[in-house]
Design a protein around this ligand. Structure first.
Ligand SMILES: [Zn+2]
Length: 349
């Protein structure tokens, strides 16, 4: 039996990515993740995801590049509909995630703004909220997209998703009030106050800031995010201490540090670190055939994947860790396109 056909809902208890994690009872199989098929018996994709238990009844799930049906520069679990990928592939990847999450997926059209949207007002209207940019809805013409970079919900069974490929997704929950949120925190969104606005909407739906738990998802790190000195100066004046000198030698910024400052300013100090789980998942996949093949296709065959994972400084960094889609890494690989990951937060009943 192919156990990848039966993604576990209880993957939270495992340090491994969700689908390989279902195999942990059989040690000999755990040692060979490559025996896993990428599609189920009906040819549907089985995304490899990393779940993190944020707090009671609330789970955060990060998608990786693995386990989908997209090909070429988008391989293989691209969930972004704007980058030119085949909408049928994007839709299949998203549908597979909805099945795995046992939840309706709510997406918005992200525009690097400070706008937070109440997902409870629109998430019942379409299979994927109002994001028609990809998947099966792509041929419906101009869509009434909700333009926002934060989503808030007081419902169970709705997976709020934020796309990213270097920008920082921040996931938040007040487990007492049952209010969850996801925010897309790029440089511009942070400067526009996306976190304060998202937390403000959580409060308007009954959350208390001192009950909110947050975690920061995969993002480009301060060592890798090179920007012009003017931009770095401006960002640092708003978020002191976030100016960096990157490994490329130029000025950069640390968007995760800025997000932590914003959370603290808003009264949110309970931060769960996603890194331990992501470290473990990355090490688990350090000989994965699909991931190795993706690295080779990106011209990153050397050092081999296992060595690269050992040498990695920050598994959360989208540039450093090949598990994630990264706009910057794709550009370095001279690719004209790249996919998007999704960071989800969902509350169970
Ligand atoms: Zn980095």
């Amino acid at each position: 039996m192919n156990e990848r056909m039966h993604p576990s809902r209880n993957g939270n208890d495992s340090a491994r990515p969700q689908n390989p994690g279902t195999r942990e009872r059989n040690v000999s199989q755990v040692l060979d993740s490559n025996a896993l098929d990428h599609t189920d018996g009906e040819g549907k994709p089985i995304p490899v995801t990393i779940p993190i238990a944020l707090c009671d009844h609330v789970t955060v799930v990060y998608t990786t590049r693995l386990g989908g049906v997209s090909t070429g520069d988008y391989a293989s679990c691209n969930v972004g509909g704007r980058g030119g990928d085949d909408p049928v592939s994007v839709g299949a990847n998203r549908s597979a995630l909805a099945r795995q999450l046992h939840a309706r997926i709510s997406l918005v059209s992200q525009v690097h703004s400070g706008i937070a949207a109440d997902a409870d007002l629109f998430s019942d209207n379409a299979a994927y909220g109002y994001d028609f940019s990809g998947g099966a809805h792509g041929d419906r013409g101009p869509a009434p997209a909700v333009k926002a970079d934060g989503q808030v919900s007081a419902r169970a069974g709705v997976a709020l998703g934020m796309f990213a490929a270097d920008c920082l997704p921040v996931l938040l929950a007040d487990p007492q009030a049952g209010v969850i949120a996801a925010a897309h925190c790029g440089r511009k969104g942070l400067q526009a106050g996306i976190l304060a606005n998202t937390i403000g909407m959580m409060r308007s739906k009954g959350a208390r800031t001192d009950s909110i738990v947050a975690t920061l998802g995969p993002r480009i790190c301060g060592d890798c995010y090179e920007v012009g000195s003017d931009i770095a100066d401006e960002f640092d004046s708003q978020f002191p201490g976030t100016y960096t000198l990157t490994t490329y030698g130029g000025p950069g910024i640390d968007i995760a540090q800025a997000a932590l400052q914003e959370l603290h300013r808003a009264g949110v100090d309970h931060i769960v670190d996603s890194r331990g789980r992501i470290d473990a998942a990355t090490q688990y996949l350090d000989h994965d055939e699909e991931l190795s093949a993706l690295c080779q296709a990106d011209g990153e065959a050397s050092p081999v994947l296992g060595q690269r994972v050992q040498d990695m400084k920050n598994s959360l960094c989208t540039v450093e860790n090949p598990l994630w889609y990264s706009h910057r890494r794709a550009a370095l690989a001279h690719k004209s396109h790249e996919g998007r990951l999704l960071a989800f937060i969902v509350r169970e009943d």
